[in-house]
Design a protein around this ligand. Sequence first.
Ligand SMILES: O=c1ccn([C@@H]2O[C@H](COP(=O)(O)OP(=O)(O)O[C@H]3O[C@H](CO)[C@@H](O)[C@H](O)[C@H]3O)[C@@H](O)[C@H]2O)c(=O)[nH]1
Ligand SMILES: [Mn+2]
Length: 401
Amino acid sequence: MSVSDQAFVTLATNDIYCQGALVLGQSLRNQRLTRKLVVLITPHVSSLLRVILSRVFDEVIEVNLIDSADYIHLAILKRPELGVTLTKLHCWTLTHYSKCVFLDADTLVLSNIDELFERGEFSAAPDPGWPDCFNSGVFVFQPSLETHSLLLQHATDHGSFDGADQGLLNSFFSSWSTADIHKHLPFIYNLSSNTTYTYSPAFKQFGSSAKVVHFLGSSKPWNYKYNPQTGSVLQEGSGVVHQHQASFLNLWWSIYHRSILPLYESLRDEEEHASPGHTASLSGVGAPYANSASSAEEPCANSVPSAGETRANSMAGSSQPWPAEDPSELSVRVDETPPSPEGGHSEDVDLAVSISEISIQEKVKELSPEEDRRKWEEGHVDYMGKDAFARIQEKLDRFLQ
Ligand SMILES: O=c1ccn([C@@H]2O[C@H](COP(=O)(O)OP(=O)(O)O[C@H]3O[C@H](CO)[C@@H](O)[C@H](O)[C@H]3O)[C@@H](O)[C@H]2O)c(=O)[nH]1
Ligand SMILES: [Mn+2]
């Protein structure tokens, strides 16, 4: 079967959602990937993340709404909140593929889902909140410029009843709920992680056959903190995390820790070995990953994908090169265990260094030097910061002696 003209497609409009896209892409690669992997990004995504994305995805395609045709302009002017929504609709412009499966960046693939390519446009699973609507986090579609412009026209004429893509797509593909049962994907292809417990006998019966988990709603996996030593997310704060949800979150984070963080680290190594002339586009970017010692113990070579040549394609009229130096919006924090009170003199503290907490945050702008120093002393280290690597190296050297 010829499958090179079929693809899995996702979308990330900023560096934070890129973290989700990376884990999703890696989760697809972990399940005997037979189709191309495509990520749509917008100009806002930093050059660091574009490089990292290109290690996992076959194609990193920038879509630029501003340079697009006038009807998009009109739609945006009329309904500015549809910005991100319209970006998702750009997946219909991928006409070098005959059929695609779109997956939200907050989904995680648990087993091979190639059979979805046997379905036609428009196939999707019911939304758990209103099952007569489909959820637009996972769907099968057929790229077509005609459909694309009809969708945009629909957005201009009717807007969207939820202000986003799901409302728009449901009113556009309005016969979904009644016309053809083959276009109803089983719930196991879009299992919402936070509603599993609302019908727990069903989850008990069918949950083990789940193929795609969707972290829909406001708390995304990257909002949690993770302890790589226990392999679990830290359940602090108000929200109660149900057991099933916690195990999906743990799975997301274990992929992030095992396969995505090492990509940052290998990029940093490459940057160091590259000639100075070639480092310009990555300068100012530090690796967020401190614990080289422990990552070296893990056989992570298998999990680091060797994706095909990256094509930083430009669509919809945009052809700008990547910005030479733009700060990443995200910061990965690796917080160390605080020294124990009995720890004694300072050398013990360094030897006791162990990574107990990883979190992903939007980068905090410009701390004062005093604040910066206090954070460092407290163990809150901004590994994306300018001179972070020199400090990490010092620590590692002492640790390894
Ligand atoms: O700032 C953003 C927000 C969203 N996205 C992309 O758009 C998708 C949808 O957003 P998400 O935060 O995942 O929305 P959900 O919590 O899943 O909410 C629901 O409602 C959305 C709006 O209708 C639909 O897009 C979703 O599929 C549906 O599950 C994301 O996964 C990303 O791929 C970005 O790239 N950047
Ligand atoms: Mn989603």
